[in-house]
Design a protein around this ligand. Structure first.
Ligand code: SF4
Length: 217
């Protein structure tokens, strides 16, 4: 398993090389979740916690066909939602959360997702990462969501050294201009999924290895 260290190695020159290579590798840094509006975005992101985007994309078409917006989902029975999303990890908790969230959005915001950090973070099943994803995807404010891939790859590259996710987010935000956060988030996810895998990182195939202190020969 690659090691992670504590010293800062990221000069401006090294950061530029890293960003150039990530952009070359992943020229289209977009979410792999499928959504068409704010409602679908929030629900898909909630469902994606500890679950692959691929699995979420398999269940959301039927869910969104039946419940087309927050107001409709607010009236759903939790057991029906469970049936629709049962292939997703933690489907029982997530079913409860998305129906509860839909009720709040339907009642307190007339069915329109509030695009403010404090309002989003107050919704059931919505934490800092989900809020950051929504704000970043909607272009409301620059944000850097830290999911499991971003956390792992950031630490292996020693872009971040802290163990707490909020601190990892802070360390990255301190290192890069806000205009880069959204793309960097997607690039690190892509790299984590395809190359810098959790169990067996493909260091011998990794074109970042010359920049990575955790590279294994
Ligand atoms: S060399 Fe690449 S695959 Fe290996 S730990 Fe570093 S970033 Fe991950």
């Amino acid at each position: 398993m690659p090691s992670t260290g504590k010293s800062s190695i990221w000069s401006e020159g090294r950061k530029k090389k890293l960003l150039t290579e990530l952009e070359r590798l992943y020229p289209d840094p977009q979410s792999e979740l499928q959504f068409q509006n704010d409602y679908q975005l929030l629900i898909a992101v909630i469902l994606s916690a500890q679950c692959t985007d691929k699995k979420v994309n398999e269940v959301t078409p039927a869910l969104f066909r039946k419940y087309k917006d927050f107001k409709q989902l607010a009236k759903a029975s939790v057991s029906d939602v469970e049936t629709l999303i049962r292939q997703v990890n933690y489907f029982k908790t997530k079913s409860k959360n998305i129906v509860a969230t839909a009720k709040i959005v339907a009642t307190d915001y007339d069915g329109k997702l509030p695009l403010e950090r404090s309002a989003l973070e107050a919704l059931p099943g919505v934490g800092r990462k989900t809020t950051n994803v929504v704000l970043s995807e909607k272009g409301v404010e620059p944000a850097f969501p830290v999911d499991t891939h971003v956390y792992r790859v950031s630490r292996r590259l020693r872009l971040a050294t802290r163990t707490d996710r909020d601190k990892v987010e802070e360390q990255i935000r301190m290192k890069f201009d806000p205009s880069l956060w959204r793309n960097l988030h997607h690039w690190l996810i892509f790299h984590g999924r395809r190359v810098c895998k959790a169990q067996n990182p493909l260091c011998d195939e990794c074109t970042l290895s010359n920049l990575c202190p955790s590279s294994e020969p």
